[in-house]
Write a protein that binds this ligand. Sequence first.
Ligand SMILES: Cc1cc2nc3c(=O)[nH]c(=O)nc-3n(C[C@H](O)[C@H](O)[C@H](O)COP(=O)(O)OP(=O)(O)OC[C@H]3O[C@@H](n4cnc5c(N)ncnc54)[C@H](O)[C@@H]3O)c2cc1C
Length: 439
Amino acid sequence: MPKRIAVIGGGFTGLVAAYELGKRGCQVALFERGDYLGGLASGFAIEDHPLEKAYHHLFTTDSAMLALVHELGLDFELIMCADSKALYHAGRLYPFTTPFDLLHFTPLSFFNRLRFGFVTLYLTHAPNWQRFIPIPAAAWLKKWYGAQAYAIVWEPLLKGKFHNHYTDVSMAWLWARINSRGNSKDQGRERVIYFRHGFAVVVKALTRKLKELGVDIKYQTQITAVTSSTVPTITFTDGTSESFDRIICTTPSHVFARLIETDAHASEEYLAQLNSINYLGAVLIIFSSSQSLSKYFWHNLNDPASPFLVFLQHTNLVDPAWYNGKHIYYLGAYLSHEHAFFRNSDQEVASEGFDYIKKLFPSFKKEAVRQMQVFRFPNAQHIVDTDYTKKIPDYKTPLPGIYLANFSQIFPEDRGTNFAVREGIKIAKLVCADLRPLL
Ligand SMILES: Cc1cc2nc3c(=O)[nH]c(=O)nc-3n(C[C@H](O)[C@H](O)[C@H](O)COP(=O)(O)OP(=O)(O)OC[C@H]3O[C@@H](n4cnc5c(N)ncnc54)[C@H](O)[C@@H]3O)c2cc1C
């Protein structure tokens, strides 16, 4: 008799866990509260072409995701792209991609430009990242890059990404960011990878595979409780429930805490551990325009007066011809859940965004905007602080038969679809290993 497994959440972790369990002969049901799959990496259509709601690309080092893409027969979809970056500081955009750009980055003294290059090179190759865990990134950066580079380059980025938590972030997290970006190369050149038809092609292919494997995908099905008092059981919004041999939950940690809080096995200490991981939300304004505003793809907005952290001209990474010849832009911010952007209308958020873009690019014309969407994700980024290793929850929870797999367990790397794939495979193997004596 095949074992019945419930997977809660249809993001990449849940999709891959369901796929791996299906391949291993389990009878799987996947529950997703939304009416689409892909979670944070889900897509929509703009200018008749698929695109992610939150900007996404891969690094050449993203081996788990690239192996999955290969297994799904999607290698032909991969595009190697030359990344170009700029940094907005004191009302001006500076190119910030190559060592040559750095040498000409005049807001820093010449000595600090050289120092910036050497310290970054060191971080790109530094082994023993474990020693960075207890060190706050802000303090390390100020010490080694110097006060000037910290104030101009690093502090605005840390503040923009982590707000009032910015001084707590572990240097190990930043090391992993610099390391994966710096080592994402193709034939010696820094490159990022994108899909000809967006990350949606992977979601579609996985969905097809899940159907072939007999996985029961339940859309618009929010789980309200998970218990294990007799057997692993989930409860739905209408109060009905269903039991399984095992349950894997892929929601954020604090959401999982709410789901299990009535179960006797969920000690106060365990719930406090789950709730100790803080999350920030993300708000993205995406639009198409007949105007080309910049020659760069990625713009770091090192502007303390702005709620926005990044501006992307996506069509400097890929061909505008994919999007009816129009240009595609993202304006993105990481924000606390209390920020007005989570309450304001899309039009209000976009209006603030467009005013900011006008400041960045005075030639910007709202009349040239053709299609626009605003997306909000309440749990987009967790705070990886210097105490973080104590907070990481185990895959096996104290509730018998119930497992947790989400991006809060990824460390020191930043969350990413590559690691969601890795976690999905890992959790499926763990569940199967635990079930083996019963099979
Ligand atoms: C702005 C931004 C930029 C990013 N850039 C990149 C990038 O360039 N490259 C990259 O690889 N990654 C990137 N990521 C990260 C990547 O999107 C995530 O790491 C990955 O998608 C996480 O997948 P997941 O399945 O773990 O979580 P999620 O995608 O959050 O999936 C969890 C799922 O659970 C569902 N759910 C929650 N509660 C319930 C419930 N009670 N009942 C049923 N379902 C529920 C949710 O609806 C969701 O679908 C980015 C993320 C953001 C926000």
